[in-house]
Ligand binder design. Structure first.
Ligand code: ACM
Length: 638
């Protein structure tokens, strides 16, 4: 018990040291400006929480609940400040002069004054909470400072695919909690795909009685060799659950943008209602190159990944169906935007279908791309008439962009550039820049099963951090069409909620920094060495899984020379670095890194430094190897 107490003290101490030395006081995303002042505000039970406006009451309660959790005491609340009283003052007075979603915090020895309203005040409180130490204490000391803050982008998104794998609404709420803590404001909920339809639609019950279940799931990487597991898999959200999630998100200033995929990725809907296919009688094609390649009887919810030819037929019946679906979707989601997918729609069935070919002629379209454009434009018109706007993946540029559409650029940045040049709004989500969070963080064999990634397909937090969503090639007047940035979380290979967390963290924190933080405040070293270790330590203690970064200061690969100085820093406050130089995998039985040391390598030899980071709750990094080479002949230099 004593030992545990000591360990807790040590980790609380190391968190404090990190925060106090940091010019940004540990805040993620980095504030637009922060200036430390002399002195400290000591928060104890004598402090009064002053909140005059009714609109601020919810945010005042949020702060007070947090103080109860950290200090074990609640603050007395007042409507007005008594002169001389030590107080935290929340006020909307002056908030109208701030940029959208902006706030200011002024911490002096006698007062913390927070100016903001609605989302701005909520974000101020997120920052303030980050300034409070982790350990429970009846006196919470906060460094005096002046903070002024507002976001770079109005759209700060994180996506979740719940079709390939399904996650409970309680996990979705936890996901939303994390987003809100880091000032992300848009949750893109990918609700339908080939492998499952996950939203109850009352007019079309078979979408969930049939479309939400599949008979198995591919084992290993696509196309794989292991077949499917033949274990039935199902899940969907009732409309009540959806409403609850949407309201929960709204309470944290997060808009939920639903995605209903069309015209491709429609296998689950077609399994439920085969008449939505060009060829209702045709058996389901289950994929190229797979050992089981070929067809399965009837229309099936897909069990393997990839892209499938059986897409929505652009018939009046299909449009009526989709309008019926969207009518219910728009009553559930107050979001201005509805995402209609539009990606990866093969044209093979449309080419083969006499109906589609006749339609192309009748509509005087050029080809099947024209037909896709017609499809999207019709849906846009329908939604625009209901006061909604569409977002689509960048394929909606092909064959002619719908007049008011926002484009989500995922196949690199070119789609975003093209759309911005057409004066259309753009959200940047390029996989090539690290924004596909389902891609693995490193090449280590210790990484779990993921979508197989080439080097360019890696996604780690430094790559995300280094990305600037505004393409430099855009002329100044078109840069403004880049409304924001988003991380995407496709879940073919993410079977559990814990693995979702492993894949998105700490990338999500880097995303928050590029989505919210001003460009001139970007500083990867400060982020990695000062602030991230603190946040990862907090997540460690909060029951959240994450990818543990490898030691700061260790380069992967080969270092040439006779004498090497090994100087490392822990990437998680309170975590330990263990290493070996004897070719064994490091664990707690390795040497504990405590201070820089020298390694001498004899002429013609090499030594391999292998490290592992182990956090206070036992999470581990991948093992990182550095070859210390002094002319060994078996070392390949690249
Ligand atoms: C996508 O990754 N198919 C948008």
């Amino acid at each position: 018990m004593k030992k545990l107490y000591f360990l807790l003290l040590i980790s609380a101490f190391s968190l404090t040291v990190f925060a106090q030395s940091d010019e940004n006081m540990g805040i993620i995303p980095v504030p637009a400006s922060i200036k430390k002042n002399s002195g400290q505000f000591v928060l104890d039970k004598t402090v009064v929480l002053v909140s005059a406006e009714a609109t601020n009451a919810k945010n005042a309660d949020l702060l007070n609940a947090f103080i109860v959790s950290k200090g074990g005491f609640a603050l007395r609340t007042e409507k007005a400040l008594t002169k001389g009283q030590k107080a935290i003052v929340l006020t909307a007075v002056g908030a109208d002069d701030l940029p959208a979603e902006g706030y200011s915090i002024n911490i002096s020895t006698n007062e913390i004054k927070v100016v903001g309203k609605d989302a701005g005040l909520f974000y101020a409180i997120q920052s303030l909470m980050q300034l409070m130490p982790e350990k429970k204490n009846d006196k919470i000391t906060i460094q005096a400072a002046t903070i002024k803050d507002y976001p770079r982008f109005g759209y700060r998104g994180l996506h979740l695919d719940v079709a390939r794998h399904f996650y409970t609404s309680s996990f979705v709420k936890k996901y939303i909690d994390r987003m809100a803590a880091y000032k992300l404001n848009t949750f893109h909920w990918h609700l339908t795909d080939d492998q499952g339809w996950r939203i109850e639609i009352k007019k079309y019950p078979k979408l969930t009685t049939i479309g939400a279940s599949r008979n198995g799931t591919i084992v290993g990487n696509y196309p794989g060799t292991g077949g499917t597991d033949e274990v039935p898999y199902k899940g969907h959200y009732t409309q009540e659950e959806i409403k609850e999630v949407v309201a929960y998100a709204a309470s944290k200033y997060i808009t939920v943008v639903p995605e209903i995929e069309m015209p491709g990725h429609a296998s689950a809907a077609i399994a439920a209602y085969p008449e939505l296919s060009c060829f209702p009688e045709r058996d389901t094609w289950v994929g190229e190159n797979a050992p089981w390649s070929g067809t399965r009887k009837g229309k099936q919810v897909q069990q393997t990944w990839g892209v499938f030819d059986d897409v929505f037929v652009p018939s009046e019946n299909t449009f009526k169906f989709l309008e019926g679906v969207l009518d219910e979707v728009i009553t559930l989601f107050p979001s201005k935007y509805i995402h209609i997918g539009g990606d990866e729609c093969p044209k093979a069935y449309w080419k083969e279908s006499a109906f589609c070919q006749q339609l192309i002629k009748e509509l005087n379209l050029k080809d099947e791309h024209g037909l896709q454009s017609y499809f999207i434009q019709r849906m846009e018109k329908y939604l625009n008439a209901k006061g909604k706007s569409i977002i689509g993946w960048d394929e909606i540029l092909e064959g002619g962009l719908a007049p008011n559409a926002t484009v989500m650029s995922w196949r690199g940045v070119d789609g975003g550039i093209e759309a911005a040049k057409l004066n259309h709004d753009v959200i940047m989500t390029p996989g090539s820049m690290g924004l596909y969070f389902d891609h693995k963080s490193s090449a280590s064999p210790d990484e779990p099963l993921t979508i197989s990634g080439l080097q360019s397909g890696f996604s780690n937090y430094t790559k995300v951090y280094n990305y600037d969503p505004v393409p430099s090639v855009l002329p100044a007047e078109q840069k403004k069409f880049v409304r924001g940035v988003q991380g995407n979380v496709w879940t073919e290979y993410i079977e559990s909620a814990e693995k979702v967390e492993y894949m998105i963290l700490p990338k999500m924190l880097a995303l928050s920094e590029i989505a919210w933080g001003q460009l001139d405040r970007k500083n990867l070293t400060n982020f990695t060495e000062e602030r991230l270790p603190l946040h990862l330590a907090k997540l460690d203690g909060a029951g959240t899984n994450y990818w543990v970064p490898t030691p700061i200061g260790q380069a992967a690969g080969i270092l040439n020379g006779k004498e090497h100085t090994i100087s490392l820093k822990t990437p998680v406050a309170g975590a330990k670095i263990y290493y070996t130089l004897d070719n064994y995998r490091p664990t707690e039985t390795g040497a504990l890194y405590t201070a820089p040391f020298k390694v001498n390598v004899p002429e013609g030899k090499k030594k391999i430094l292998k490290t592992v980071v182990i956090t206070p709750t036992g999470k581990r990094s991948v093992v990182l190897e550095t070859v210390l080479n002094n002319g060994a002949t078996d070392v390949k230099t690249k």
